[in-house]
Design a protein around this ligand. Structure first.
Ligand SMILES: Cc1ncc(COP(=O)(O)O)c(C=O)c1O
Length: 387
């Protein structure tokens, strides 16, 4: 019973084989354009740029937003390191913020920080402490749980701060504004991932989505080696080899057709866990914010009163029963290489980290399996908490 694995069916294999046979396999394959159109249609954005990983999408997006060595970028504490590393690639500083009960960045804290810890000078928002320019806020939609950051938009516009949405885990998640909008399409630029463990996969892969034509043009240009004249090899900037290839895109086109069904399956899994843990006082299933529709990508439980070691032992106990689990991300503030960076009011992060684990959420888990997993967890909890 797996957390989340790729599901490749006959149609996916047909789509890949067709591409292999017609040799449209490189980054200039027409599949890539087709996949980009399908992604922008699904997310309702003007543009999508298909890339080789979600990490390159984040790197490129930050680069396009002008992040450099004099910049700072706000990030949530509880996320995969791929959210923060591209900030360091560009020589900028991250500032690490706390997360709420849905494991998403605390938007009120971000607003308070901007109001109390920064000043506007020559149209730039300067961090009073470091004198660096606060250029971007990264909002990550953790575990596919959509983070409604709409109240942040006004102050960011006034202060010339960009909002980048890390929607790597959130393909198929939406936030209700005037109407429902896809995660990644609400800020200035959004990033998706199609890695093997995601709700749909292209093997490895990612995308930038945006409504900004300039960002789109620049992303396409930089992702394709900043090529101005392909025949004469003229490049007027330092580009990257970041585009998706045609085989991955073929898989993506085929996988995207199944997204709706996959979300329905995962919703049923979530609801069954919810029902199973409903009456258990100290085991909490991660929920999601109101006015959001989510993709139910990953289920997370927290076991109140268990300590770090006991939670670890639960994982080992479940592993013996062939049930895969994983701790939630080790928070950025606890990673040694990030210790030197500024943090803001990290009150809850470590608490979530101590006793939360991800539990099997894969498409193929049966109701019977979910009940089995839930019962093992309940039994373990009872024994440990009574000792
Ligand atoms: C929140 C988050 N950001 C970024 C990434 C990076 O995506 P990729 O693995 O496609 O590089 C991932 C996933 O792996 C992720 O979970």
């Amino acid at each position: 019973m797996k957390l989340s694995v790729p599901h490749i069916d006959k149609k996916d294999i047909y789509s890949i084989n067709k591409t292999l046979k017609n040799q449209y396999i490189s980054t200039s394959s027409k599949n890539v354009k087709i996949f980009e159109n399908k992604i922008s249609n699904y997310c309702n954005t003007k543009f999508a740029i298909a890339l080789n990983t979600g990490t390159s999408a984040l790197h490129l997006a930050l680069k396009i937003l002008g992040v450099d060595k004099d910049s700072e970028v706000i990030v949530p504490s509880l996320t995969f390191v791929a959210t923060v590393n591209p900030i360091l690639y560009l020589g900028a500083n991250p500032i690490i913020f706390d997360v709420d009960e849905n494991h998403n960045i605390k938007i009120d804290d971000v607003i308070n920080f901007i109001k109390s810890e920064t000043i506007l000078k020559k149209k730039k928002t300067l961090n009073k402490k470091t004198k660096k320019i606060l250029k971007v806020i990264i909002v990550a939609h953790m575990w596919g749980r959509a983070c409604d950051f709409s109240k942040l938009k006004k102050i960011c516009k006034k202060r010339n701060i960009y909002i980048l949405e890390d929607a790597a885990e959130a393909l198929g998640s939406f936030i209700k504004l005037k109407k429902y909008k896809h995660c990644g399409s609400i800020g200035d630029i959004g990033c998706l991932s199609f890695n093997g463990n995601k709700i749909i996969t292209t093997g490895s892969g990612g995308a930038i989505i945006t409504n900004n034509k300039k960002f789109h043009m620049r992303a396409q240009y930089l992702a394709n080696q900043a090529k101005d004249d392909g025949y004469n090899y003229i490049h007027n900037d330092c580009g990257y080899n970041y585009k998706m290839n045609g085989i991955s895109a073929a898989l993506g086109i085929s996988q995207l057709k199944k997204l709706k069904k996959k979300i329905e399956k995962r919703k049923r899994i979530y609801q069954r866990y919810l029902n199973n843990f409903k009456k258990v006082k100290n085991i909490k299933l991660l929920k999601f914010a109101k006015d959001t529709k989510i993709n139910y990508w990953m289920n997370v439980i927290s076991l109140k009163k268990l300590n770090f070691k006991q939670t670890q032992q639960l994982s080992l106990y479940l592993a013996k029963k062939k049930i895969e689990t994983r701790r939630v991300w080790r928070p950025l503030n606890l990673q040694n290489y990030l210790k030197k960076y500024q943090k803001f009011k990290l009150l809850d992060t470590n608490k979530f980290y101590l006793n939360s684990i991800c539990i099997p959420s894969d498409d193929n888990i049966s109701g019977y399996d979910i009940d089995k997993i839930s019962n093992y967890i309940k039994k373990y909890y009872e024994v440990v908490s009574n000792n």
